[in-house]
Design a protein around this ligand. Sequence first.
Ligand SMILES: [Zn+2]
Length: 286
Amino acid sequence: MDVKLTWLDTGYCRQLELFSRKGGRVKMIRFHALAGLIEHPQHGIWLFDTGYSPRFFQATQSFPYSLYASLTPVVTAPEQSVLAQLNQRGIAADEVKGILLSHFHADHIGGLRDFPKARLYCYESAYLHIKDKTGLAAVREAYLPDLMPADFAERVTFVDRLAPVELPARYAPYAKGYDLFGDQSAWVVDLPGHAQGQFGVFVRDRDHGELFLCADAAWSSEAYRRFLLPHPLARLIMSDRKAYRDELHKLHVLSRNRADDLRIMPTHCSEVWETTKEGGDFSWRS
Ligand SMILES: [Zn+2]
């Protein structure tokens, strides 16, 4: 079954390009944080992550959370929040049925508290890793506790507690995953390495064919196409450097196997960001 996927640009942070990939320049570039609006013909409105929201500024006002804001200066505006952009499209907060949280970095959970009725979907391993962290321990995980709704535990479904199934062979080298809706329209797969318990999702878009929302398993399309690891300094923040390398290689292989009929879409990739503009271009290839 096909869904409709729309990327929403929720703002950006500034970072040195050399952090994002080996050979990058000593130059500040923008890392946009995108959120995916998924419209499923039977299951309604879903989100893949929630990007930034102005709540980021409140959550980083006091020390040590302010460190986060100084390390990655963020630019976002109220009209860029996922909620504001859904409202613009005539969608109310309560219409969002579920939110898929690829991982708990602050640039993925920024809009979470705007959707108090939505079911939340993450890996249990990801949640357990951050849930009791505050102060410096939280900042070290790029996690801001203030962005979490108080009733998270009551609304969450742990995807990694579902029964794993064999993925269709066309997704090789990815072999196992979770059939989220039980109708083969969205497959959740493990993407360890960047953050504890990160996952990605394969969906079929009704206009653009198969897509792989790979979150932060790569920071740019260039990185998986050419198998370019991030700068060694950036690798220091990865939860598991070996797993990150292995996953980036899998993305690289997938991009070669499926160069013509599947698009791999990293959350912070400038090519994916281009699709958020008016008449944005989905036509580039993996
Ligand atoms: Zn991340």
